[in-house]
Design a protein around this ligand. Structure first.
Ligand SMILES: Cc1cc2nc3c(=O)[nH]c(=O)nc-3n(C[C@H](O)[C@H](O)[C@H](O)COP(=O)(O)OP(=O)(O)OC[C@H]3O[C@@H](n4cnc5c(N)ncnc54)[C@H](O)[C@@H]3O)c2cc1C
Length: 495
């Protein structure tokens, strides 16, 4: 298991429940996962006025004709049970005075369906509880401050992966301390890639390392042009640059205002719409930010947001918060089927590093934490289930020659400030061909792949806004830009 965010922790616990032996490798301390920072919560159909059809419809509407319906159906159907399982594991979600779950509202949702904890401290509460359980679980060995440096496959590591469909099987992973872990199934839960962009809401480690590891092992990636920009990230506040002000606050009535004080967008529209509207206002006014007015919001409902802003010297009960879009969530990632299985046998991807196709071109708020849990559980069931995974006995450890070759595999690249600035400038909220072409020469491999997908999608859809192709091209409805193991790009439609 690679990663100790929501997806990796929960997958580890699910596997341990089935008496599997788990090795959990985590590069960073807990507080540096996106999961720990999550504010809003998990979307799940739990309210009396909600339904499977409504949640599915909202997800598809937000995703702009790119949502893989089968994946969205699974999410909507299975998320409520994951919420109940988390409660059974001891996560205490906020409840009303009758003890019923208190459900929040966020952009793009037609009813209240966001389960939260500690107001806007959902991620922190969930991750702390799951980590405590993982630490106490004898079936799980945790290797903290350890990085997965490469995946171990059947393929000859000295040869390029250009010979599909030989489909090498994943046999485990190599850590940065030289340790090799042999595994019947390897699960990447390594998080997203939004920190590849200079302006981001994400922790610094969210640079798509899992995508690089998987692709080097022969896995297909998809939808890399689909990076969601969160509309309301703080700008210009020292020490709090990129700090996210949760959409749940807009759900409770906070409003957005331009330089003249005017409201200019439906604050509860899906994120792509709100980000685009803010971007346009900023381009017109030349200002760096618009103002988020949450003066009418009870600060007690969002204690950690209010405390963070006050620490930075701004009192949200008295003044507007300067906000602007920032890179937030990677909808694309490692291509998986509906069991979170990648295109490399024995290799699974769950959480933000995966691309189930569920979010399409624009993730519906709070569907991502739900996805972490729903698909983590599915990955484990599939990996440990017999029939679908016949070749899955634990591989024997590598011999001396193999060990030497594995340890010599290159580590994933880290994006420097130039790459991050270039992605923000050329693959930011608004993109066009000349800038994207420039990125094709970037030293970072993911920046180049992002540019290729963004160039190939010569249209505007959801989070992908092309200045030179401002309209949606119906020909590209439900077509995903897939980068195969050999690096070629082709379009796929997923059932
Ligand atoms: C500020 C913020 C607020 C958000 N709010 C919400 C919300 O309210 N609702 C919602 O649904 N979503 C929200 N999101 C998105 C959501 O939090 C993420 O999509 C989700 O938490 C991702 O979980 P994950 O387990 O996939 O990855 P992460 O939580 O990012 O965890 C990744 C893990 O992988 C480890 N790792 C990475 N590379 C390696 C390596 N090479 N070797 C070993 N370990 C490695 C990291 O150390 C980390 O432990 C928010 C995101 C942010 C940034």
């Amino acid at each position: 298991m690679v990663g100790a965010g929501a997806a990796g922790l929960y997958a580890s616990l699910c596997a341990a429940r089935q008496r599997a032996t788990v090795v959990l490798v985590s590069a960073t301390p807990l507080a540096q996962t996106a999961s720990y920072w999550a504010q809003g919560g998990l979307a799940a159909t739990l309210a009396a006025d909600d339904s499977f059809d409504l949640h599915l419809r909202d997800t598809e509407l937000a995703g702009r004709q790119l949502v893989r319906r089968s994946a969205a159906e699974i999410l909507v159907r299975e998320a409520p049970d994951c919420v109940r399982d988390l409660q059974a594991l001891g996560v205490r979600f906020d409840a009303d005075r009758f003890g019923h779950l208190a459900l929040g509202l966020e952009g793009g949702h037609s009813v209240r369906r966001i389960v939260h904890a500690g107001g806007s401290a959902t991620g922190r509460r969930v991750v702390r509880q799951l980590s405590a359980l993982v630490a106490a679980e004898p079936q799980i060995t945790v290797l903290e401050n350890t990085r997965a440096q490469a995946l171990w496959t059947d393929a000859d590591p000295t040869q390029p992966h250009d010979r599909e469909p030989t489909r090498p099987r994943c046999r485990g992973l190599v850590c940065d301390d030289g340790r090799v872990i042999a595994a019947r199934a390897t699960v990447l839960a390594s998080g997203g890639a939004a920190a590849l962009w200079a302006r981001t809401t994400n922790p610094p480690g969210s640079q798509g390392v899992g995508l690089q590891l998987a692709h080097a092992a022969g896995a297909a990636l998809a939808d890399l042009e689909m990076l969601q920009f969160h509309p309301t990230a703080v700008i210009g506040l020292r020490g709090r640059e990129g700090f996210l002000v949760t959409e749940a606050i807009r759900g409770e009535g906070a409003t957005l205002h331009d330089a003249t004080g005017e409201r200019f967008v439906d604050e509860l529209a899906p994120r792509d719409e709100v980000s685009r509207a803010i971007h346009q206002r900023l381009a017109q006014s030349g200002q760096p930010s618009v103002g988020l007015d949450m003066r009418a919001i009870d600060p007690a409902h969002f204690p950690n947001v209010v405390a963070a802003l006050r620490e930075a010297g701004l009192d949200p009960t008295r003044e507007l918060i300067p906000v602007a879009p920032a890179a937030h969530y990677m909808m694309g990632g490692i291509v998986t089927d509906l069991h979170a299985h990648s295109t490399v046998p024995g290799l699974y991807a769950v959480g933000e590093c995966s691309c189930t196709g569920l979010h399409g071109a624009n993730r519906l708020a709070s569907n991502s934490l739900s996805e972490c849990f729903v698909f983590a559980r599915r990955a484990v069931a599939h990996a440990l289930g017999g029939a679908s995974n016949t070749a899955a006995s634990k591989p024997s450890p590598p011999d001396a020659r193999e060990l030497q070759e594995l340890r010599a595999l290159p580590a994933p690249s880290v994006a420097g400030p130039d790459t991050r600035a270039a992605l923000w400038r050329d693959a930011g909220v608004l993109r066009s061909e000349p800038g994207l072409r420039g990125l094709l020469d970037d030293p970072h491999p993911l920046a180049r792949l992002i540019a290729r997908c963004a160039l190939a999608r010569a249209e505007s859809r959801g989070a992908h806004l092309r200045q030179d192709h401002p309209e949606r091209d119906p020909e590209l409805d439900h077509r995903h830009a897939v980068i195969a193991a050999d690096g070629s790009l082709h379009w796929q439609t997923w059932e």
